[in-house]
Ligand binder design. Sequence first.
Ligand code: FE2
Ligand code: FE2
Length: 274
Amino acid sequence: MPGPDLTLGDKVALVLRGLCNQADIEHICNEHNIDPDSFERWCQAFLAGGTEKLDITIRAEELAGAGSYVDATLDYSLANFMLLGTLAKLITVLNQRDSYTKNHSDAVAQYCIEIGKQLELDSDTMQTLYVAGTLHDIGKISVPDHILNKTEPLTDEEAKYMKEHPRLAIELIGWEGSLRGIAEAVYHHHEHFDGSGYPEGLAGEEIPLLARILAVADAFSAMTTDRPYRPGMNHVDAAGELLDKAGTQFDPSIVEIFIRKVLRIPPNEPHDRS
Ligand SMILES: [Fe+2]
Ligand SMILES: [Fe+2]
């Protein structure tokens, strides 16, 4: 059982190492007033973001040292940690309202992490990326059901409403402190590399790196998911679509890494469509 003198970061380290049983986890949650489901979810997020570095640190150091590493990595204050937990619950609510986003946010977060690993992003950035992937469509919570679940093409007015979701997300996440990186990635995930996207029309490297990663992961997940009005594309065809839009919609270097290193599609595929 983790002692009262340990910080929350120490306790997260213990949970991540599998050294806490369910009763211990419940005790930690009670002590810090954290919802157990959220706690587990965010432990997974930290694990996904920092596994390799965390393992090395834990092997090399005594328990106290491992805890201090996690504290350094766990750059979220307890207030932000709890805010993230609340936002995760909102995503669950959104997923219940919208059959499409069911599993979509988790898939996007996983693709993001795979791209991040190839880019050798540091552990903090990986955590930010993972959380941004999970929360990227949270602004859709305020989009009415008849627009969210519409199977026919959206009218101009409805599309305009839908395009507000990055802005609405920021109203929930805010721009403050340690959540700023998450907010930036979420806010800009519909920018296009050639400047034709929204909400700000940023181009190239003006678009934050994590938002450029998110855009590729998001589009790939959307294309390969079954919808009521069309089946999902296979991976090779969806990779072809990404290649077609590399340099216009997407950052071409990220498309290349995603297709060749993450999906491991060989260079002769998808076939040249030009
Ligand atoms: Fe979106
Ligand atoms: Fe999305």
